[in-house]
Design a binder for this molecule. Structure first.
Ligand code: ADP
Ligand code: MG
Length: 240
């Protein structure tokens, strides 16, 4: 059993240089995320939310500080080692489902494993893909093409695809930003279910209603954490 935090950012900064000017997207951020947490990241546009998610997921490298993922330092790894560290740990869900239009729902879900499996491993992967589609409530949509799915269904396919590699941590950047309120709520209850099954979720949202599903709410402004509190709905107290 691994007792370390699932993610730990220590004095993380991120500087972007645009010609002569420099932008600090993150300024000495300290953030520890424990296993099985469900966190909403809020804050105005440009406050560093996506940068934070990208650094947590090892997609972006910080300019300063240290990043630990599942107990392993990842900010100083080679590209290959970083890929390997990410592969088993973390997955991303975007605002758009990003499905391949010529593939069925099932084939889209299979994609993360498609290049690794053939023969009996392939049929195992297919079985798992079906299971993941059932988990997100789309067992009956396996052979639908993306254009035959609603926006909410497409997003659920992308969640099933994200679950294929059995991640510990889901990073979601405004996952309901393109969906109507009711469909967005359905995705939120799916996240709640996944979290209760043990997945750690970090979700960026502008919407206080969506954020209220999370157990901890972190607010950013100008690349700094300005609020970090636990959701009273779950009966825990705010932290310092
Ligand atoms: N690739 C980039 N190049 C230059 N500046 C960037 C880049 N990505 C983000 N920024 C800047 O960093 C700041 C934070 O951006 P971002 O993390 O995307 O904010 P948010 O997701 O909260 O809207 C913004 O000022 C943005 O303009
Ligand atoms: Mg953003």
């Amino acid at each position: 059993m691994n007792n370390s935090s699932i993610a730990d950012l220590r004095t993380v900064s991120k500087k972007y240089t645009m010609g002569e000017s420099e932008v600090f997207a993150l300024k000495g951020l300290q953030l520890r995320i424990e296993r099985k947490e469900y966190i909403a990241i809020m804050g105005p546009s440009g406050s560093g939310k996506s940068t934070l998610l990208n650094i947590l997921g090892g997609i972006d490298i910080p300019s300063g500080g240290e990043v630990y993922l599942d107990g392993k330092r990842i900010d100083n790894l080679s590209e290959k080692a970083l890929l390997e560290a990410r592969r088993k740990t973390v997955t991303y869900i975007f605002q758009e489902a990003r499905l391949l239009s010529s593939l069925s729902a099932l084939e889209n879900v299979l994609l993360p494993l498609a290049f690794r499996n053939s023969g009996s491993a392939g049929s195992k992967a297919k079985e798992r893909a079906r299971l993941m589609l059932e988990k997100v409530g789309l067992g009956k949509r396996a052979y639908h093409l993306p254009h035959q799915l609603s926006g909410g269904e497409a997003q659920r396919v992308s969640i099933a695809r994200a679950l294929m590699c059995d991640p510990l941590l889901i990073l979601a950047d405004e996952p309901t930003g393109n969906l109507d309120t009711k469909t967005g709520e359905e995705i939120m209850s799916l996240f709640g279910q996944l979290n209760s099954e043990g997945l750690t979720i970090v979700m960026v949202t502008h919407d206080p209603q969506k954020a209220s599903h999370a157990k901890r709410i972190i607010r950013l402004r100008d690349g700094e954490v300005v609020e970090d509190s636990y959701n009273h709905k779950y009966g825990v107290c705010a932290v310092d």
